[in-house]
Design a protein around this ligand. Structure first.
Ligand code: ATP
Ligand code: MG
Length: 286
């Protein structure tokens, strides 16, 4: 783990990086365009006549930790599902490190091979951990690296053990999922996403199915990932204390768009939008 001082230095470094790029993006003649790790541009999504996302613009910097909060049904999971290409937007574009996950340079749809190459840069962990019950922990962790990334078994096992240590479960390599607690299974699910070396990790309510004590273990693992790796995190959570502590930026969702965003301190202590205040009151009262 990084010490508190190192972590604040890291944040300082990251916020300087933003300021620099914004300066360059403004007046400099040889302006270097900011490369977002993930970028939604005017994205709308409807299910039938129900518009769930409305002209959404959202950008995440490489290494940035962004948390989406907001009322149930406001569209947070939909954002993550679109980023994982589990659903397609009705309008707009989504780019991962500058490459559209929807269109090629001629504005035509991507081939399956192009799509899978780009989507591999993203990993996702869901509320339900979805481990394969008939495979051991180690077999769960090496399956995708050996098939999708074509790593040798030895290479995949070595990497799996690194991430098992990171989530504190190296002694469970030979266990089956049913022999683990919910919190342990979720930590394995996080390790399983990390062995694919994603540059962006999407976490959707990963503690909602867990008792508070087990949720705490899982959140500790996410804190480690946040502090020790340069992966971009896009997190959806109802754990406000965690959101406040781990995020570089909080985006507040309501009815399919971002109504307010900023550093956690600002959102939690001086929210500007009335709907943000109402939402925070309703969740912080519980
Ligand atoms: N496949 C689908 N078909 C029809 N409607 C859908 C589908 N997926 C989501 N929706 C609707 O889109 C809206 C946004 O859903 P979404 O799951 O993104 O909300 P959310 O912000 O993640 O909510 P929660 O906090 O409860 O998880 C909801 O009204 C939901 O019913
Ligand atoms: Mg959701």
């Amino acid at each position: 783990m990084l010490s508190a001082t190192n972590f604040s230095q890291q944040l300082q470094f990251e916020s300087n990086a933003v300021d620099d790029s914004m300066d360059e993006g403004g007046a400099a003649p040889h302006a270097k365009k900011m490369m977002w790790s993930i970028e939604f541009e005017k994205v709308s999504k409807s299910f039938g006549s129900h518009q769930v996302l409305v002209d959404l613009d959202l950008q995440v910097r490489p290494g940035e930790k962004v948390t989406l909060i907001g009322p149930s049904g406001s569209g947070k999971t939909t954002v993550l599902r679109l980023a994982m290409t589990l659903a397609k937007p009705t309008r707009g574009d989504i780019r991962i490190f500058g490459e559209s996950i929807l269109f090629d340079a001629d504005k035509k749809g991507l081939s399956a091979a192009q799509e899978s190459r780009i989507r591999r840069r993203c990993g996702m962990v869901f509320q339900q951990y979805n481990l394969f019950p008939h495979l051991t922990v180690l077999q769960n962790l090496i399956l995708a690296p050996t098939t999708v990334l074509r790593q040798s078994k030895a290479q995949a096992v070595e990497s799996a053990m690194v991430y098992l240590r990171m989530v504190g479960l190296q002694d469970k390599a030979r266990s089956y999922p049913a022999q683990l607690s919910g919190g342990q299974q979720q930590r394995i699910a996080i390790a399983r996403a990390l062995v694919m070396k994603p540059e962006i990790l999407l976490l959707d309510e990963i503690t909602s199915a867990l008792d508070p004590e087990l949720a705490g273990e899982v959140l500790d693992v996410v804190r480690r990932v946040a502090h020790e790796s340069r992966v971009s995190l896009l997190i959806v959570t109802h754990e406000m204390r965690f959101a406040r502590e781990v995020s570089d930026r909080i985006a507040v969702f309501d009815r399919g768009s971002i109504i307010e965003q900023g550093v956690p301190e600002k959102i939690f202590t001086q929210p500007e939008n009335e709907r943000t205040r109402t939402f925070l009151q309703s969740v912080l009262d519980h």
